[in-house]
Design a protein around this ligand. Structure first.
Ligand code: BGP
Length: 477
């Protein structure tokens, strides 16, 4: 037992995304979204980067999001289990294509709207506060085909319509909103992050930063709509966070660490401070990028900044300018990090750095002076159930225990953290690998990488552990 107790109103809970949990990919009038085109297997990484052979699902591929864990039909059972753990909040995302199947239908799809109404009612019945992401990797495919997704300004207007529709519909049920999940993913996995596709010879940077501008304006317009429609709500941004460490104290490494952090901070600087930072303008100049902005965009960005900073934290990152280090120390992540010799890695090569969580939270606090919301954190592992079906996931408990302890330290440092929703409280499809076997849950789902299994839910050892953490307000880790 530690002496430290998290604040009484702290939003303990878990986080999932529509495309990784719901399944029912064509039910209820839903249109295809970009994730429905991401197969398991080799081609997934290329497609996530923007090189896709076809914008329709192929017959000989397995697409895990098509059925996922069938949350669409089974959510009452899952929410009852979350409630049993004592969740105060649950982060979900709304699938844009459930509401507007083609992204530009004249009327929203009532069946889709009703689904989320029922879902929110179920949460509220159990005293669980909904935390809602407007876009979690799921642009309607029709908008990719017709407009090239976020490279087109048209998406700003369509996203605003979608946002206003759901904000107005759920204004009495949802008080915590978020615009784009991991907005900086647009630079690393541009198809996954923003539905961008490329062909040979494209100026990829130009397309990415133009799309980023569109998302930033769309995000500000969603903030504006939220403030108008639900004055007592909070709406935030969402960053894939994790500070860069310089590999050595060579100023070149230190400078590069700062630059790499700024690649991500760029988005949040605009969303939270309301203007493009000087270093971004210089970056555009140095790379010959010409970002088209409409008159009035500056003002929209300035006037509609976010209320809180949502972020995911899985690990810190490390950077080096030394070719030898880079050659020998590669790490399997999308952020271009070299391996950190002081830290262990998960089975999937993700660095494990609890102290980095405290560092990252402090840096975000120092930079933005706004409430922080940890909306993802957790350990992806290949759980093997014992013969009797139990899963003793002590490694997961260990990971979470050490991270939650550092979060407590950050709060004691004066960082205002309003909640913690760990990633995948129930096993869901992995975003980066498409695997089911990369599990984060307190609840095991009987489903394998090929889509076989009964989908039955079983509590893992971490279930009771997390329940105890919440009940003791983090004092009993
Ligand atoms: C974040 C995403 C999530 C998610 C999580 C874990 O990038 O916002 O959607 O899945 O990472 O990643 P993975 O599922 O690849 O292990």
């Amino acid at each position: 037992m530690s002496n430290f107790m998290f604040p009484e109103n702290f939003l303990w809970g878990g986080a999932i995304a529509a495309n990784q949990a719901e399944g029912a990919y064509l039910e209820g009038g839903k249109g295809l979204t970009l994730v429905d085109l991401l197969p398991t297997g080799e081609s997934r990484r290329d497609i996530m980067k923007g090189y896709i052979p076809s914008l329709t699902p192929l017959e000989n591929e397995f697409y895990p999001s098509h059925e996922a864990i069938d949350f669409y039909h089974r959510y009452p059972e899952d929410i009852a289990l979350f409630a049993e753990m004592g969740f105060k909040s649950l982060r979900i995302s709304i699938s844009w294509a459930r509401i507007y199947p083609t992204g530009e239908d004249v009327q929203p799809n009532e069946e889709g709207l009703q689904f989320y109404d029922n879902l929110f009612d179920e949460m509220i019945k159990h005293g669980i506060e909904p935390v809602v992401t407007l876009a979690h990797f799921d642009v309607p495919v029709a908008l990719i085909e017709k407009y090239g997704s976020w490279r087109s300004r048209k998406l700003v207007e369509l996203f605003e319509t979608y946002s206003r529709t759901v904000l107005a519909r759920y204004k009495d049920k949802v008080k915590y909103w978020m615009t784009f999940n991991e907005i900086n993913m647009l630079l690393h996995l541009p198809f996954l992050g923003a539905g961008l596709t490329f062909k040979e010879g494209d100026n990829v940077k130009q397309i990415q930063y133009q799309a980023a501008h569109h998302q930033l304006v769309a995000s500000a317009l969603a903030v504006k709509a939220c403030h108008e429609l639900i004055p007592d709500a909070m709406i935030g941004c969402m960053l894939a966070a994790g500070s860069f460490y310089p590999y050595t104290c060579n100023p070149e490494d230190v400078y590069q660490g700062m630059e790499k952090d700024r690649e991500s901070y760029f988005f949040i600087d605009v969303q939270s401070r309301g203007e493009y930072p000087g270093y971004a303008k210089r970056f555009f100049r140095d790379h010959g990028l010409n970002i088209e902005m409409e008159p009035g965009d500056d003002q929209i960005l300035k006037e509609h900044t976010v209320d809180y900073i949502g972020f995911s934290y899985y690990s810190s990152r490390t950077t080096s300018t030394d070719p030898e280090v880079i050659k020998n120390m590669t790490s399997g992540n999308v952020f271009g990090s070299v391996a950190n010799p002081y830290l262990d890695k998960s089975e999937w090569g993700w660095t494990i750095d609890p102290k980095g969580f405290r560092i990252t939270a402090n840096q975000l606090h120092d930079r933005y002076q706004k409430p922080l919301f940890v909306v993802e954190n957790g350990l992806g592992a290949n759980d093997e159930p014992a013969a009797d079906g139990t899963v003793d996931d002590d490694y997961r408990i260990d990971y979470l225990q050490r991270h939650i302890a550092e979060m407590g330290e950050a709060i004691q440092d004066g960082v205002n953290i309003i909640g913690y929703t760990s990633w995948g409280p129930i096993d869901i499809v992995s975003a980066s690998s498409g695997e089911m076997r990369k599990r984060y849950g307190y609840i095991y789902v009987d489903r394998d990488n090929e889509g076989k299994g009964t989908l039955k839910r079983e509590k893992k050892k971490s279930f009771d552990w997390y329940k105890k953490v919440i009940a003791s307000r983090g004092a009993d880790l």
